[in-house]
Design a protein around this ligand. Sequence first.
Ligand SMILES: Nc1ncnc2c1ncn2[C@@H]1O[C@H](COP(=O)(O)OP(=O)(O)OP(=O)(O)O)[C@@H](O)[C@H]1O
Ligand SMILES: [Mg+2]
Length: 302
Amino acid sequence: MSYTEDALIEISGLSKSYGKHQVLTDLSLTLTPGIHALLGPNGAGKTTLVNILSTLIPYDAGRVRVLGRDPQKQRRQLQRLISLTGQYAAVDGQLTGMENMLMMGQLFGLSRSEAKRRADALLERFELSSAAGKRAATYSGGMRRKLDIAASLIAGPELIFLDEPTTGLDTRSRQALWDEINALAAAGTSIFLTTQYLEEADVLAERIMVLHGGSIVAEGTAAELKDRVGASTIQLHDAAGHIVETLPTRGDAAGLAAQLTRIAAERPEVSVTVRKPTLDEVFLELTGEPAAQDQQKESIPA
Ligand SMILES: Nc1ncnc2c1ncn2[C@@H]1O[C@H](COP(=O)(O)OP(=O)(O)OP(=O)(O)O)[C@@H](O)[C@H]1O
Ligand SMILES: [Mg+2]
């Protein structure tokens, strides 16, 4: 890697205001290479943070390093190493899919033949080959989104910022994009994405950050975040699949095994699922929105 420090992103004491409106307050965070998801309610400042990290907007105070570079002072250098797919698609509707790709390649200084070669491969990967010669204005929303992301990958960046990449995509396209993100990560590209979909963070991200009140209120793997909310519960279902009882666990394997053995002996008629707290429950607890009442209602002390 071309940067000296091992960290992908290092932030300390970052603040950002729009006029009197303070959006980020004394935010600190260190990330190593991998897939990272930033969660937060609407208006939390996700786009603001992504835009700062990807050199689009300045910050007011603090120390910020992305791939060892200051996005404010080493803007040009950093721009060669990263790509950004913004929350709102940035493709040119008057150009064809291929022309959009080539324009982006040119912007990043690729030769025309190299740009064409990469564009062909990327359009193929995003299932846009047959639409490559059509104007992007005629694409569906999902196709535009995919083109937008494909174009941002043409220069082979080390780090990709994706601001709500799958908003508005259907299930199939979302899955295809998840596969693509995983493939990129496996090939050594780091991903920083924001999402409104907790499931997306859960299945995709190695580490998840929750942005609330201007700073990061939690950071860790999905499992670590879920552990903060509590251990797993055992749910007993009747023949119709209805939950008839929910039992708390201590969270360790030996305790769980003993509980399951007892249930098998005493209640052979029930089927059993063991359930971790969902990321939804974690999110609601951390951001102080109306909490996950459902699980509590179901809970019956052992
Ligand atoms: N250019 C701007 N000028 C003034 N205020 C802004 C500007 N951009 C964002 N804001 C405000 O900053 C706050 C954070 O906005 P931001 O777009 O970063 O949130 P977000 O977490 O990305 O939200 P969403 O989930 O809706 O995309 C909001 O209150 C927003 O109104
Ligand atoms: Mg946003």
